[in-house]
Design a protein around this ligand. Sequence first.
Ligand code: PEP
Ligand code: MN
Length: 348
Amino acid sequence: MELRPKIISGPCSAESREQLLQTAEQLSAGEIDYFRAGIWKPRTRPGAFEGSSYSALPWMLEVKEKYGFKICTEVAHPDHVEAVLKNGFDMVWIGARSTANPFTVQEIAESLKGVDIPVMIKNPTNPDMKLWIGAVERMLNHGLRDISVIHRGFSVYEKHLYRNNPNWQIALDLKRELPSIPLLCDPSHIAGRRHLIYDIAQKAMDLRYDGLMIETHCRPDSALTDKNQQITPSELFDILSQLKLRDRREFMDDRLKDFREELSDIDQDLIDLLKKRMDISEQIGSYKKDLNMVIFQKSIWENAFKQNVKSALKSDLSEDFASELFKIIHQESIVKQSNIFLNSDDEN
Ligand code: PEP
Ligand code: MN
């Protein structure tokens, strides 16, 4: 059985109610997971069409209600987040220019705190994997759990085959560091030209990407933004039907392997942290010995224990698990400290 990638499609920009509804109607003939349209368009230079802004919100809602699509758009400011959350959006993405700016990402992450909505993060315009990962971390730090990343290529100055250089290695390196975060490809913004989209989409499938974001427009030649890279919904269906997809079983096996590797990295981190904690306990043991203090100080332990269990509960760990864990760690610390007392007694 083949594994179908997640498909996100729709126009680059929401230009008018009629354009959105017509594109959505054509897309409703195929299997699309999310309908996309940019409402606030980050243009490189001023003076070009900057999106229909807040007036496009009810059009998107109409697409959702009429065709049953889940809807998504780019957010670049907390005001955008507030507006889309009030208007029934199912997902948001952070655009390439925003990912390049940690202040912006931070502000958006803060405005999404406590909201259970999937967030996709496009790579920054510059080829900097750490900046991309940093944006993911900012979202995770604010409690967002359903995060994916979109590879849309990196800016080029000299003329290039592609509008944005794919630099596949950066996306694959990110995948290695964050194996459980789904990776999508945006062949439209990498290609910049319609005829290159298929090959890029196929390459993404060969490299085990989890989904595709491809721009479609009911009349691509008259699109107000990214006209050379938009295709019609029926051209999209042709591309999708020609893609050679990976076998589901093989894909799942690889995914399980990725998760297991991630778990074993985390286990090693836990061991390193426990070692660090025990080293500090031993140092405390030496001080206690020098100052003739008892090893076990009940009220200090009880306070720390309560605090730890409380904070573990906030991170969705069960009370039983957290109590057992901290008791056993404490027990081991006492053993380490007792050894310090015993060893130095031997020396005397
Ligand atoms: C878009 O998806 O239309 C867009 C503006 O993308 P990016 O942020 O990748 O340039
Ligand atoms: Mn676009």
